[in-house]
Design a protein around this ligand. Structure first.
Ligand code: ATP
Length: 327
């Protein structure tokens, strides 16, 4: 590596995004992360002010950074507004969305295809009829299956989640995922998405690594977030061939924004996933351990039944990092 420091594009975004980002940055500092922050003001707030949520220059500068740390951005249901996150995922070709979930009852990873499916962006909007095109390609299916198999080969097995009996486009997805799993000797099975939702609630321990298409992955991950106790706990990585963006899986939560009660753990864990990806695995583990001890100690935001503020949870995580260092 050259002498250049690792540059992280920091996008706090809207709603609770800036609140949880402040926590994540505080925790990165406490753990001594070797990263330089490059801040970007993009999102819905900027769109309201300037008519542009993310400029071409922003995009170029973001591409120059080593990776992105993302808070949350509001996406209004306005046909003129293009989702910033979807644009970043497409422009940076971040095709694999890796979402780990763990609690006393489950330990699984959802691997969601991130660039095609029903989020293709190919839409025809009319007064009487609207269409959204669901795109499934062999290339897209193959590369997400390969990522999922890589994870599953270090764990137990892969479950391919689809709806190929009704959505014929999923026949290609299922077939390709099976071929990849077989060629890499990864134990695998498959489930229709509705059955998968049912089994996730009834027997979550049955699952290990799930690979699925874009919308199914989006929905099943919120279901898994409910199973582990709160959306606010869950982190994710969006990975391409050489680029990466890390974000909590929750949105901008306008209903609680500005109250100082957002759970920062998902954002903090996303920062830990980022450090792991950047090769600072020991610091990532230190953050994860500190988060675990803070939660066990009962310092929790209201979404988890506690009464602590975002700041108090952050301070407790930082305190846990500091005290582990002294041992
Ligand atoms: P998006 O479309 O961007 O996903 P959304 O409003 O549908 O936005 P979220 O913003 O994720 O979804 O919010 C869903 C619910 O979960 C809201 O009630 C919100 O308050 C809650 N929530 C989300 N994130 C957190 C968090 N970090 N801490 C506490 N509650 C949260």
């Amino acid at each position: 590596m050259s002498g250049k420091r690792t540059e992280v594009a920091v996008i706090p975004g809207d709603g609770i995004g800036p609140e949880v980002m402040e926590s994540a940055l505080g925790v990165l500092e406490a753990v001594g992360a070797d990263v330089e922050q490059v801040p970007f003001e993009v999102g819905f707030g900027r769109w309201k002010r300037t008519g542009e949520a993310l400029s071409a220059e922003d995009l170029e500068s973001i591409k120059q950074c080593d990776c992105v740390l993302f808070g949350a951005i509001t996406t209004p249901p306005d046909p003129k507004y293009r989702s910033v996150l979807l644009r970043l995922r497409k422009e940076l070709d971040l095709f694999a969305n890796i979402r780990p979930f763990s609690s006393s009852r489950l330990d699984l990873i959802v691997v969601r295809e991130n660039t095609e499916g029903l989020y293709s962006g190919i839409e025809v909007l009319g007064e009487e009829e609207c269409r959204t095109v669901r795109v499934i390609t062999r290339r897209g299916s193959r590369r997400i299956a390969e990522r999922a198999c890589l994870l599953a080969s270090r764990r137990r097995r892969l479950t391919i989640v689809h709806k190929s009996n009704v959505l014929k486009s999923d026949i290609l997805f299922l077939k390709t995922c099976r071929e990849v799993a077989e060629s890499l000797s990864v134990p695998h099975d498959d489930l229709l998405v509705d059955a998968a939702a049912y089994h996730l609630v009834m027997r979550p321990e049955r699952f290990d690594v799930i690979v699925t298409t874009n919308l199914f992955g989006d929905i099943l991950s919120d279901l898994c977030a409910g199973l582990v106790g709160s959306l606010g706990l869950c982190a994710s990585a969006n990975l391409g061939e050489s680029r990466a963006l890390f974000e909590p899986i929750h949105g901008s939560a306008p209903d609680i924004a500005g109250q100082g009660i957002a759970n920062p753990v998902g954002a903090v864990r996303s920062a830990a996933m980022m450090l792991d990806w950047l090769g600072q695995a020991e610091k990532a583990r230190a953050i994860e351990a500190a988060v675990g001890r803070a939660l066990e100690g009962g310092v929790k935001t209201p979404d988890l039944g506690g009464s602590s503020s975002t700041r108090q949870v952050t301070e407790e995580i930082v305190r846990q990092i500091d005290s582990a260092r002294k041992i």
